[in-house]
Design a binder for this molecule. Sequence first.
Ligand code: 23J
Ligand code: MN
Length: 258
Amino acid sequence: MSVLATLAAALAGGQVRVIDLTHTLDPDFPVIILPPEFGQCARFRMEEVSHYDHRGPAWKWHNISMSEHTGTHFDAPVHWISGRDVPQGAVDEIPPDRFIGPVCVIDCSDEAARDDDFLLTPAHVEAWEARHGRIPPRAWVLMRTDWSKRRGAAYLNMGKDGPHSPGPSAEAIRLLVDDRDILGFGTETVGTDAGQGAHLSPPYPAHYILHGAGRYGLQCLANLDRLPPTGAVLVAAPLKIKGGTGSPLRVLALVEDA
Ligand code: 23J
Ligand code: MN
């Protein structure tokens, strides 16, 4: 059988399952809050156009609006100043083969439970590789923190000094980009950077380094606790927004039954 016929049969037979890593687009889902001097991200909004009524007797539909960075979403290189001149750096320009790739899940849930400001270091990445093998080229590396299980104010976890949530160190992102050639980096938190990432060097290192190198980000992922450390395949295709810096999207993982 061809590779695709084998895949289709495995999907039909249940040996390959599809796991949804997406939060529901909902006006109540938190968006990132930047310091007040900056422009702000819009929440999801939905208005009814008709509901099988005088506005449309046989149909129901909505008009929706949101930021490119609302809910579970994809970050493109042009989102950051370091990636402003990256070729094919906007969501409508990215070659579509980049939207599918192997997944490595680094479980930081214990560390994040103990420390809201936990930073993933190169030592953590290398310890993961000692157990699970080297991260292959063009992989999505996802940082599991179980942050997606938080509700309400605990998700942004705002303090007087700004948000507190885990993320990668600059050194870990440099290792993943320069030495492992990853496709992108994904998190369960509101950004690919830690809540206190503005105070790292460079500021917001995940955004700065990933996008400067033409790599991608995924944020507000869910259900990472349902993925194996290796072996899943991610499908993450952003909307084709002309010049878009990112987009909400449905993120799916294909997982083979053990
Ligand atoms: C703008 C400025 C800082 C950050 C972000 C956006 C995001 O996290 C985002 O959604 O890309 S940290
Ligand atoms: Mn974003």
